[in-house]
Design a protein around this ligand. Structure first.
Ligand code: ZN
Length: 204
């Protein structure tokens, strides 16, 4: 096998293993029937039990991708041993990298784009809009790109940027899918990330 064809097999394996664990997030939730409860992307999403549930679903699908990523890892090992070593190595490197990056969460790395705390926080904000200290007489909390705000009085209720919520993206399936591959579902607009992290750390 020539060097060039080895290289091509390597990249084929690399790309397949790159896409494989990310496909659930890109495919599963984009259907129309799945998103009837939400306004179209990129409009703000009103806070509701459905939205909380969606965050939890996205979180589940995210971790499903992690479990699924062991398939190309094992295929890669088998291919290195018995099949095309370059292809297997590509699979193996790519899925190994993916698994390691996901595992970083547990040793203080970046949190996943969707977390249980996020769902709980949405619930707390929704409860607060019904409490005594609400921002205006009839608050309507909605999740904008960078904040949770009241649609009526514009008061900022939380500065939690909105991750991808599985809605069909306005930039279309391919461009939207590509953007998701690049951002991994994290909020697309995320200014001064560092300062925000230090702030939230000091709050906790
Ligand atoms: Zn208000």
């Amino acid at each position: 096998m020539s060097f060039v064809s080895s290289l091509m097999y390597f990249f084929a394996g690399f790309i397949i293993a790159f896409l494989f664990p990310r496909i659930p997030i890109i495919m599963i939730t984009r259907g129309k029937g799945f998103n009837l409860a939400f306004p179209e992307h990129p409009a703000p999403v009103p806070l509701s039990p459905k939205l909380t549930q969606r965050v939890l679903h996205m979180r589940m699908i995210y971790w499903m991708g992690f479990i699924v990523s062991f398939i190309p890892l094992l295929f890669g090992l088998a291919s290195v041993k018995w099949g095309n070593p370059a292809f297997g190595f590509g699979l193996w490197i790519s899925s190994g990298w993916f698994i390691l990056s996901r595992l970083q969460t547990f040793i203080g790395g970046a949190k996943p784009p969707w977390t249980l705390e996020m769902a709980q926080r949405l619930q707390t904000i929704a409860d607060d809009t019904k409490s005594v200290q609400k921002c205006c007489p009839m608050p309507v909390a909605e999740w904008r790109i960078l904040t949770v705000s009241c649609a009526r009085c514009d008061a900022k209720l939380s500065d939690m940027p909105r991750p991808d919520l599985g809605r069909k993206r306005m930039d279309g399936f391919f461009l939207g899918g590509f953007r998701l591959l690049m951002t991994d579902g994290y909020p697309v607009i995320d200014f001064d990330d560092d300062s925000k992290n230090t702030n939230s750390d000091s709050e906790e």
